[in-house]
Design a protein around this ligand. Structure first.
Ligand SMILES: [Zn+2]
Ligand SMILES: [Zn+2]
Length: 341
C-alpha cells in the first residue's frame, strides 16, 4: 500500500508508491500502436476497472459510443481506500520523531474526457468539456463523503513534458487524508490578506484589479475571468477564476459549470494554438472538505504550460525563471485563433 512520509526538514509530505512504477507509458512506444492499444478509447472499456460514473452521449446511434465521459479508479493509485492492512514501517527505534509516516488512504480516480482518442483540449466537443466539468463536481462531492479524505486535487497532465503517461485526454482526482503543504501556504496567505485588508478576499481583489487594467486578461464572460498572473512562474501561465466569490468548487451550479466548460475550452484551445504541441498541467485549487464556505478563499484553476524546464535554480530556491513577460503572453493568447466566446 502507498505510504505518506513527512520530510521533517521542509515539512513536506511525500507519497511513496512503488506500484506506480509499473504504469504503462505510451510516450515510450511508437505512435502506430497508441490508439489501437489505448485503454481509454471507446470499445476498450473492459481494459479499465468498472466505471464509478458514466456521462451519456444523448444522440448516440448503435454505431457510436454511448458515453461522453467516464470516471474509473486509477489502476496504479498513488493513494488507496483504507483496507485495514496498513502496518506502519518500523522507524529507527532511537528517533521515531524524525520519520513521521501515515497510511496513504484516499481515492485516485481517472476522468476520461472523450470516447475518441484525442490528445488535446481543442479536439473536445462542447458536450464533452461540459460533462468533464460535471464529473469534477460530482467526484469532489463523492470524495467529500469519504471520512479519511480532507482535501482533493483535480488536475490534468497533457503531454509527456507535463508528466502524462497516457496520451488520451484525461484528468485525475486525488483525495488525500491531509492538506498538502503548498496548498496550506496559499490558504494561510489568503487568510492573512483577508485579516489585514478589512475582510477582503485576495482573489476577488486580484480579479477586479486585473479586469480593470485589462492588459493581462485573456478571456472573460459573465461568470469567469482568465488572465496571465503578474508573477507567472511559467511562460504563458493562465489563471481562471469565477467572478462570484466561492470557496468550494463542489457547490458550483449547473449553469456555472456550463460557462466554466466554455472558459476552459477557450483558454486551452488558445494555448494549444499559440504554442503547438505544448505540454501543460491544469490544476484546480479548492478548499479542504472539513471547512464550510470561507470568505477568504476563492477556488480557481491554474493552467501551467511546461515550455521551459524546471531546473536547479527552481528546485534550489523555489524561484522560477519565466522567459515570457505575462503581458506578452496575454497578448499572444488573446490573438490566438480560438472559438467564439
Ligand atoms: Zn484512446
Ligand atoms: Zn473571492
Amino acid at each position: 500500500m502507498p505510504e505518506l512520509r513527512q520530510d521533517v526538514v521542509s515539512g513536506r509530505w511525500v507519497l511513496i508508491a512503488p506500484d506506480r512504477d509499473r504504469r504503462p507509458n505510451e510516450f515510450r512506444r511508437t505512435a502506430v500502436h497508441r490508439a489501437a492499444a489505448c485503454p481509454f478509447c471507446h470499445g476498450h472499456e473492459s481494459a479499465t476497472p468498472q466505471a464509478l460514473a458514466v456521462y451519456p452521449r444523448p444522440a448516440a446511434t448503435s454505431l457510436q459510443p454511448t458515453w461522453s465521459v467516464r470516471v474509473v479508479p486509477n489502476l496504479y493509485p498513488a493513494v488507496q481506500a483504507a483496507a485495514g492492512g496498513y502496518a506502519p514501517p518500523q522507524p529507527p527505534p532511537t528517533a521515531p520523531e524524525l520519520y513521521p509516516t501515515r497510511a496513504a488512504t484516499g481515492v485516485h480516480e481517472v476522468i476520461i474526457e472523450s470516447p475518441r482518442h484525442i490528445v488535446g483540449a481543442a479536439s473536445q466537443t462542447a458536450e464533452e468539456t461540459f460533462w468533464t466539468c460535471m464529473a469534477y463536481r460530482d467526484r469532489l462531492q463523492a470524495a467529500r463523503q469519504h471520512p479519511d479524505i480532507r482535501h482533493a486535487l483535480i488536475f490534468k497532465n497533457v503531454g509527456a513534458d507535463a508528466g502524462a503517461s497516457l496520451q488520451h485526454l484525461h484528468s485525475q482526482l486525488v483525495g488525500l487524508p491531509l492538506v498538502p503543504t503548498e496548498f496550506d501556504r496559499e490558504w494561510s496567505r489568503a487568510l492573512a490578506y483577508y485579516d489585514q485588508h478589512n475582510r477582503t478576499c485576495l482573489f476577488c481583489q486580484l480579479l477586479q484589479t486585473e479586469e480593470k487594467d485589462g492588459s493581462r486578461v485573456v478571456w472573460q464572460s459573465d461568470q469567469f475571468v482568465a488572465y496571465c498572473p503578474f508573477a507567472s512562474r511559467f511562460a504563458m501561465e493562465v489563471w481562471l477564476l469565477p467572478r462570484r466569490h466561492c470557496s468550494h468548487f463542489e457547490i458550483t451550479s449547473d449553469d456555472t459549470l456550463e460557462d466554466l466548460a466554455r472558459a476552459i475550452h477557450d483558454c486551452l484551445t488558445r494555448l494549444e494554438l499559440a504554442v503547438p504541441s505544448v505540454s501543460y498541467n491544469m490544476v484546480l485549487h479548492t478548499s479542504p472538505f472539513d471547512t464550510t464556505q470561507q470568505d477568504h478563499y476563492h477556488w480557481h484553476l491554474e493552467i501551467l504550460p511546461r515550455i521551459s524546464t524546471v531546473a536547479g535554480l527552481e528546485w534550489g530556491t523555489g524561484c522560477h525563471i519565466n522567459p515570457v513577460d505575462p503581458l506578452e503572453a496575454a497578448q499572444r493568447l488573446r490573438t490566438a485563433r480560438g472559438p467564439a466566446a
